[in-house]
Design a protein. Sequence first.
Length: 411
Amino acid sequence: MGGNHLTDLHNFFIVGINYKKSDTLLRGRFAVSTDQYESILQIAPQKNLAELFVISTCNRTEVYGITNSAEELMEVLCSVTTGSIEELKKAAYIKKGFDAVQHLFFVTAGLDSQILGDYEIVGQMKTAIRFAKERGFIGSHLERITNSALQSSKEIKTTTELSGGTISVSFAAIQYLSNTIKDISNKKILVVGIGKIGGNTCKNIVDYLQTTNVTLVNRSDEKAAALAKELNLKYVPFIELQQQIKSADIILVSTHATTPILTKQHLAGLEDKILIDLSIPNNVDPEAATLPNVTLINVDDLSKLKDETLNKRKAEVPKAKSIITHHITELKAWYKMRSHVPVLKAVKTKLINMHDCELFTTASTIENKEHNPEHVQKVINVMATKLRQQNTKGCQYIEAINDYITVSNNS
């Protein structure tokens, strides 16, 4: 961890790009892989960034940090991605202070997801925060903010139906296939990439489409073999990908590749195929959609699917926002109290040292009494309560001295 040590939440910034103002191609240029995330944290101290983390999903890439300027967050993001500062400034949103805090709470709750209430974001957020924390970039303020956001999300999950039903990006793909193909049991399905989204997609295929005519391909053959065994599916080594592409009717792709692994050349001249690209950056070259034998669906297309579940989720939004407001109010109270800590410490030190002040002991009646820590703490507690109610530090300082004299003389 390095750089400056700002602690003022007014210096909490977020710079982000998401599905609302950018398509999958543009989002792909700012997507951050694990290796790129590592590079960002290595570069951060050079930009005076001591507290930050990055969330990068198919819907968004966002950099959160405590800094002097959002420009510093933009620079570290663009230093490891293919997107330019100019592109980012055109498409990005920047939020600061408690506006940024509220945005984080909305994202973590699934209120800002491409599919409302998509709870997969919580696991992604936890992973992103843990990655930064293990490398020393989550200080006391970011930890408090992120913990509050996660607690708020958990309460929303358990007390509302915002994430009710079975709608997510991976499930939306299943819904699309269910609505599009009448007899899917006769279709050969190929799933390429079985990370979290790919793994969930496989399980949804088995549970909701009720077919096991599925072949798994993954760069890690062992991982593919384990999931295939669990779900009673088939798997083949990654080196056989091209052969599987030729024979598959439906191909779902979700890998962490930074460039397309399925191109127009891979698909030209083959039988009709449905391709569903669940990846950002795109794992299927968008040019493939120009082929007459290819139907290509991406995450933006899937997000347009509407159903009864989403309507029910919309009805839960006011409840979720109310929970968020409550948690942010608590966070503001904590922050306000933290801002008084230096004053309280200074007053406590002064009260303890007053016995050594000749002017004070000459004027007071506590000259011959020993310092009592309990008296000091009692006065400090009263002062803290008053500071929470009104921000009059100078007046409270004078009152604290008077309180201390009164308490000491009456003991």
